[in-house]
Design a protein around this ligand. Structure first.
Ligand code: PXG
Length: 291
């Protein structure tokens, strides 16, 4: 459970105590998951990839047809203000924009979005000792049903079910496939693998365009590690040399086993280890200063 004591949350222009109910039961975010969000990290008083997260938040809202009543610069300032208001230096930040109040699937043309930003202290949720994964029976939405690049609240139910299934079978995390059976991603992380010195990632059709994933690919290019985006099968995964998941909440975490099959020798392989090392340097070097 999150300790909410003393935390202040930004809701529609005001900071309110986190324990105080500030959202209507008629809010469409609650009624239909009709909302978009971001997960952002602050490291040592600097916000990592703030611009990229704000761009993705606004793009997600455009895909859903939600008009954010603020500019990107105003939104960035609210994120920084939320951290200052709570005197946080290392935190997880969660902006959420719902379409506002309204009952009935069809949105009211005069809807007024609800803007929420909260922040709280947080540690990488998968730890650092590697994870076991299980292929999930639940698949990712294909683009014909929902565009995976939109970080929409409602679409997280399949990831939640996949995670439940994985943990019920004693695994740490789920690996979701797309409807054709190609590897997609974890419930809250992108999946990448290494084979014969090449870093492979699934095509972007059925996955969130992860900001950490892009950072990893950029770091790999700097380290002169060849990268390749392609459809990956479970056979590719079972025979790879190294695998890892990455995301704002998970950072970079190596995969020890998928569906009971060992990946490499179960430890973080040489390419994964060098990417983890570079990432640790980068998150402390880069970022938007809060104070
Ligand atoms: N895929 C999915 C489905 C995600 O939700 C990622 C990939 C990684 O994207 P970024 O841009 O973060 O590298 C995510 C991100 C949480 C939490 O509360 C989830 C994410 C990020 C932060 C917190 O579980 N998911």
């Amino acid at each position: 459970m999150i300790d909410l004591s003393g935390l202040k949350v930004y809701i529609n222009g005001k900071f309110v105590p986190a324990e105080e109910p500030g959202i209507s039961p008629f809010d469409r975010g609650l009624l239909y998951g009709d909302a978009v969000f971001e997960g952002i990290r602050e490291y040592d008083g600097k916000v990592f990839k703030l611009d990229e997260h704000i761009v993705r938040l606004f793009d997600s809202a455009r895909i859903l047809g939600i008009k954010i009543p603020l500019t990107k610069d105003e939104f960035k300032e609210i994120v920084l203000e939320t951290l200052r208001e709570n005197s946080l230096r290392d935190a997880h930040i969660r902006p959420i924009i719902t379409r506002g109040m309204g009952l009935g699937v069809g949105p009211d043309p005069d809807y007024k979005p609800t803007v929420i930003v909260f922040a709280h202290p947080w540690k990488p949720f998968l730890g650092e000792s590697g994870i076991t994964m299980k292929t999930s029976a639940v698949r990712k939405f294909p683009p014909a049903c929902f565009d995976s690049r939109a970080k929409c609240v409602g679409t997280y139910v399949n990831g939640i079910m996949a995670k439940q299934e994985a943990t019920a079978s004693g695994c740490d995390e789920a690996l979701l496939l797309d409807v054709q059976g190609f590897v997609a991603e974890g419930p809250g992380e992108n999946f990448l693998m290494v084979k014969n010195g090449v870093l492979y990632s699934p095509r972007r059709t059925n996955i969130l365009h992860g900001i950490t994933r892009q950072t990893v690919i950029d770091m790999a290019r700097e380290l002169e590690i060849p990268t390749c985006e392609k459809d990956l099968t479970l056979g590719d995964v079972y025979t790879c040399d190294e695998a890892f998941v990455c995301g704002t909440g998970a950072e970079i975490c190596h995969v020890r086993m998928v569906d009971g099959r060992k990946i490499g020798d179960s430890t973080a392989g040489p390419i994964t280890s060098s990417l983890i090392e570079c990432f640790k340097i980068l998150i402390h070097k880069e970022g938007t200063p809060v104070y």
